[in-house]
Design a protein around this ligand. Structure first.
Ligand code: KIV
Ligand code: ZN
Length: 534
């Protein structure tokens, strides 16, 4: 079992998109989507992928195992799994990661007085005992063990030193210090981490122990706190693509990586990330999770390199360095050298898709090619972003219980938008239904509801164009929740007709809800309606 050598000048990037990121409300991913994201994270060059929480469910275990086997190769990243500090979780976690060339067990326990009192009911002495047993067990299985004192940001600093020293003594090789609730601020976090590193016996510079940052973004300070921790000596950053994660999210990978790169004269540190893969990875995660990236998001937002004010445009025309601290190309905002359009053939499409990281067999290529032709007829140039949206729409649907066959809408100024939909049910029966709504999308959703009887609340609907221009492909992401609000599900659809994208996105979310994402607990209520057309 292997561990990698340590380079003090490199900040290791530990990506937890598939674990903490997947804990974002409604972001549940299928196993196929997780595998594909893991492959893209490997292309991006992350050092460690936290592939999931194997003890959470048999599906999670299977997904982690598959990523460990297929992505955790000798040239690939370390594959980590998360485990509570309990024997069953640690053993299951090991089952998940053991086939990776570089496996890691990541175990954790809350150490703040708040977590001890209200969550685990342990005294400090009992917590130390639990940590001792958990880390010792993990290390008996795996040479690479990470320990996290959860809620470290609110843990008594002296107790934190005691906890970290014990974890090292029991065999932990990485000490991850989470600001679980996004409570700390950069200057104090710098001090906390610098003191912790200085005071923890056996874990100072040269000890072989990696200190790691795991910051949440409740005060919008996750990136700043992570960078402060790195300045204080941490050499691993736990991050997610687009900063997705619990509540306000985790530290965003692209922000930390580009801060270290753009300000390398200040930090004097490197990462192993291929930054040109950032935008592509961001899009993939956004498409599969249904979590839209805000336009003003640093690095990967659609406005991150847009210049609106006249004075800025003037400066840009004279020299881009006037208003840009990095080039859009350096983070992957490139246009293809190969412009695809309606005259492009199957081979050109295949080559471009391969460059974008999609390797398709003959049948899948034929399927995409016919969608591509329809799009190219409607749109002069088909861009990389269009192709990524098309791939997400075509191949990353959840299990399809209900499927859109046809939809037709009439709308205008008369106030009676009407939709007629043909929808196939899980047995392949086609139902034709019609409904009137307050707008064309509402009419369509009401029509769908007559067939798919899944009570839900639409909590989010957003539409945006993949590229500029009236002929652009429209992407729609929706989020629906169960009537009691306890669970939410996202859906994504892309088409050159935004009403069609909207219906696809809604059906995708409903299908996810029906799948209960592994739980099978949500069932359609009642018979699907249908209208006989004879
Ligand atoms: O935020 C947190 O504390 C975590 C731990 C499990 C590392 O996600
Ligand atoms: Zn977290």
């Amino acid at each position: 079992m292997a561990r990698r050598p340590i380079d003090e000048n490199v900040v290791l990037i530990f990506d937890t998109t598939l674990r903490d990121g997947e804990q974002s409300p409604g972001a549940t991913l299928s196993s196929a989507e997780k595998l594909e994201i893991a492959r893209q994270l490997a292309r991006l060059g992350v050092d460690i992928i936290e592939a999931g929480f194997p003890a959470a469910s048999p599906d999670d275990l299977a997904a982690v195992q598959r990523i460990a086997r297929e992505v955790g190769t000798k040239d690939g990243p370390t594959i980590a799994g998360l485990a509570r500090a309990v024997e069953k979780d640690i053993l299951t976690c090991w089952e998940g990661v053991k086939d990776a060339y570089y496996p890691r067990i990541h175990t954790f326990l809350g150490t703040s007085d708040i977590h001890l009192k209200y969550q685990t009911g342990l005294t400090r002495a009992q917590a130390l005992d639990v940590i001792r047993k958990a880390v010792t067990l993990a290390r008996s299985l795996c040479d690479d063990v990470e320990f996290s004192p959860m809620d470290a940001g609110r843990t008594d600093p002296a107790f934190l030193v005691e906890v970290c020293a014990l974890a090292v003594e029991c065999g932990a090789t990485t000490l991850n210090i989470p600001d679980t609730v996004g409570y700390v601020t950069p200057n104090e976090w710098y001090e906390t981490i610098a003191n912790l590193i200085a005071e923890t016996p056996g874990a100072g510079p040269g000890s072989g122990i990696i200190w790691s940052m795991h910051c949440h973004n409740d005060l919008g300070l996750a990136t700043a706190n992570t960078l402060a921790g790195i300045r204080a000596g941490a050499r691993q950053a736990e991050v997610t693509i687009n900063g997705i994660g619990e509540r306000a999210g985790n530290t965003s990978l692209e922000e930390v990586v580009m801060a270290l790169q753009t300000r390398s004269p200040y930090y004097k540190l490197r990462t192993n990330i291929n930054t040109r893969e950032l935008v592509k990875t961001s899009r993939m995660v956004s498409n599969y999770t249904g979590i839209h990236v805000q336009p003003n998001k640093a690095i990967v937002g659609s406005n991150a390199f847009a210049h609106e004010a006249g004075i800025h445009q003037d400066g840009m025309l004279k020299n881009a360095s006037t208003y840009e601290i990095m080039t859009p190309e350096s983070v992957g905002w490139t246009q293809s050298r190969l412009v695809l359009g309606k005259h492009s053939g199957r081979h050109a499409l295949k080559v471009r898709l391969e460059e974008l990281g999609y390797n398709l067999d003959k049948d899948a290529l034929n399927q995409v090619f016919s969608r591509f032709k329809v799009l190219a007829d409607a749109k002069k140039n088909v861009t990389d972003a269009d192709l990524q949206a098309l791939m997400a729409d075509e191949f990353h649907k959840p299990q399809e219980f209900y499927r859109l066959v046809d939809i037709q809408v009439t709308c205008g100024t008369m106030g009676m938008p009407t939709a007629t939909a043909k929808i196939a049910d899980p047995d392949g029966n086609e139902h034709i239904v019609a409904a009137v709504g307050v707008g064309p999308v509402d009419a369509c959703y009401r029509a769908v509801d007559q067939v798919v009887k899944m009570p839900n609340t639409l909590t989010e609907y957003s539409v945006h164009s993949v590229t500029e221009g009236i002929d652009a492909l429209g992407e729609v992401t929706v989020r629906i929740s169960t009537p009691d609000g306890s669970r939410s599900f996202g859906g994504y659809g892309a088409d050159s007709d935004i009403v069609v994208s909207s219906v696809k996105a809604y059906l995708a979310a409903l299908n996810r809800m029906i799948a209960g994402v592994g739980t099978g607990q949500f069932k359609p209520e009642g018979e699907a309606a249908t209208v006989e057309l004879k």
